[in-house]
Design a protein around this ligand. Structure first.
Ligand SMILES: NC(=O)c1ccc[n+]([C@@H]2O[C@H](COP(=O)([O-])OP(=O)(O)OC[C@H]3O[C@@H](n4cnc5c(N)ncnc54)[C@H](O)[C@@H]3O)[C@@H](O)[C@H]2O)c1
Length: 504
């Protein structure tokens, strides 16, 4: 750690210790004051005696014992400089530490030989004020200063330059806009498989640099990574059916290119590498899957994600910090609308055809709005590298785990004339996912519901923004079928990809 950081960390802890110590003193003085006011109803002599006792209790017993409070708080972990838990958890921890310390202090003052006992009412007032005040001061600091900190443009090393690979896609086109809004310099590398329309209107932005290129091409990747402090990798052939169109191309883009980008990123001293993976790595399972659960990929798409994750995590070291984000199934509108995603497609069908077909309705899926997916990426980018480096996070929200039958029920509420057809087939993908880790580490929860997504798609149809949801441009697999796979034209590049596609 830099000396300046050590000094500022020390100062922050000292201030916290002083604040906690003052809260303990204020709580006891307030409690004693209430007792003193009650004494006023007695005779002059009893008032004088009572006040002398209270003063004596405070000076000879409470003051020396209260020094133990900060010591106990330190042992409970309230004075660490790392931020490894969310605000809610930190507040709960402060309240429980304060409660235990107050209880210990009061027991000691009753048990010590020759000690004056504290009136019961004062003990209750003291304990209540300490238990509320200790987390309260932290909440106040968080409310006053953290909000302001979140608004400030964040920085990444090396001139604040972030490379977004696949920045013209469904998620990428929102990520790029969010980064520009927060003051980052952004470079996009994209081969524009589905065209440039999703980022056309930001191409003139003074802090955006666009490079049309292929993440399988060494020269393109080296040029794109030069000078970048962080990489967000979103380029892929996305979805099981799209990957099944052409296994070789999917393996090249989704896995071999990741391996190559990792090596080039390390060579170019890029510190952060955020990789878009998928909750589909969990395959079929009855249990709620967390980041430690066994992965069980049951498609080529999920296979390429698992292999890329392993390559990235194996490459982590003191200067290269990959973070894996396993996204839930995404829905909602973006500058590159997609209607090959279950919620978007079912909404369009309910609206336009008044009939939706649900395959294996009891399958569980975790859902995530596309804007929340982008927000999670930015949150990780802005988090301390020591916290997120080398980590896997499921990205979503436990409140958005639904069965496909649940999704149909929500659609019927929006479009009451919709007929729901149920079909059973051999697709066994079903998984419920825990999102506690990203919530605990980064305080991330989703801001948008499934209903929000359905509502915005309905509005896009009504305003004429979208008419033919069946157009090939809105579906990866249809588009690739029509236009063919994005092949690697460079011979050397093909050979490099063939070599890297072999599992390490
Ligand atoms: N959409 C989802 O539901 C979902 C869910 C989980 C994970 N993810 C992951 O998130 C990432 C982004 O997904 P998306 O929905 O935005 O996909 P998308 O298909 O809309 O975007 C992918 C982008 O990558 C670009 N690209 C493809 N091949 C390239 C290459 N060889 N070189 C350079 N650019 C290339 C495309 O032109 C496109 O702009 C992917 O890695 C995907 O696997 C998506």
């Amino acid at each position: 750690m830099k000396p300046a950081n050590v000094v500022s960390g020390f100062l922050r802890i000292t201030l916290r210790v002083i604040a906690d110590f003052l809260i303990v003193q204020i709580a006891m003085l307030a409690a004693l004051m209430v007792v003193a006011l009650q004494l006023q109803t007695g005779s002059e002599h009893s008032v004088r005696m009572g006040l002398t006792d209270l003063r004596h209790y405070y000076i000879t017993l409470f003051l020396p014992l209260s020094i133990l409070f900060p010591g106990f708080y330190a042992l409970s972990g309230l004075y660490t400089t790392s931020r490894t838990y969310s605000t809610a958890l930190a507040l709960r921890r402060a309240a429980s530490s304060a409660g235990i310390a107050a209880l210990g202090m009061l027991s000691a003052s009753f048990l010590l030989p020759d000690s004056q006992t504290l009136p019961r009412m004062a003990a209750v007032i003291f304990a209540t004020l300490v238990i509320l005040g200790t987390p309260g001061i932290r909440w106040l600091k968080h409310t006053l200063f953290e909000h302001e900190r979140a608004e400030r443009p964040a920085t990444v090393p090396r001139g604040n330059l972030v490379l977004v690979v696949g920045g013209a896609g469904y998620i990428g086109s929102i990520v790029v806009r969010m980064l520009l809004k927060r003051g980052f310099r952004v470079r996009v590398l994209d081969s524009l498989v589905y065209g440039a329309s999703a980022i056309e209107d930001v191409l003139g932005h003074p802090r955006l640099e666009f490079m049309r290129g292929d993440c399988r091409n060494i020269q393109d990747v080296v040029s794109a990574m030069r000078g970048a402090g962080a990489v967000i990798d979103l380029a892929a052939i996305v979805g099981d059916p799209a990957c099944d169109q052409d296994h070789k191309t999917a393996q090249e883009i989704n896995y071999a290119a990741t391996r190559m980008m990792v090596e080039i990123a390390k060579g170019e001293q890029v510190q952060r590498f955020i990789f878009a993976s998928s909750c589909s790595v969990y395959g079929a399972s009855e249990q709620v899957m967390d980041e430690n659960s066994q992965v069980q990929p049951i498609s080529l798409y999920a296979d390429t994600k698992v292999d890329s994750e392993q390559a990235l995590l194996a490459a982590a070291n003191g200067s290269f910090h990959p973070t894996i984000l396993r996204f839930a199934t995404i829905f909602g509108l973006s500058p590159r609308p997609r209607f090959d995603l279950v919620v978007n497609l079912l909404t369009a069908k309910a609206l336009k055809e008044r009939v939706v077909t649900i395959y294996n309705g009891e399958q569980w899926r975790p859902f995530l709005h596309v804007a929340d997916a982008a927000a999670a990426i930015v949150r990780v980018l802005q988090a301390p590298v020591g916290l997120v480096g080398g980590q896997i996070y499921n990205v979503g929200d436990s409140r958005l785990n639904y069965t496909l039958t649940d999704v149909a029920a929500k659609l019927v509420k929006f479009f009451p004339n919709t007929r729901v057809e149920h079909i059973e087939n051999s697709d066994r993908r079903s998984y419920r996912v825990s999102f506690e880790k990203i919530k605990g580490h980064l305080g991330f929860t989703c801001s948008k519901t499934l209903e929000d997504g359905i509502h915005e798609i309905k509005a896009a149809f009504e305003s004429g923004q979208i008419s033919d949801y069946g157009a090939a441009l809105y579906s990866n697999v249809k588009y690739l079928k029509q236009h063919g796979s994005p092949l690697q034209t460079d011979r050397l590049g093909s050979q490099v990809m063939a070599a890297l596609a072999q599992k390490a």
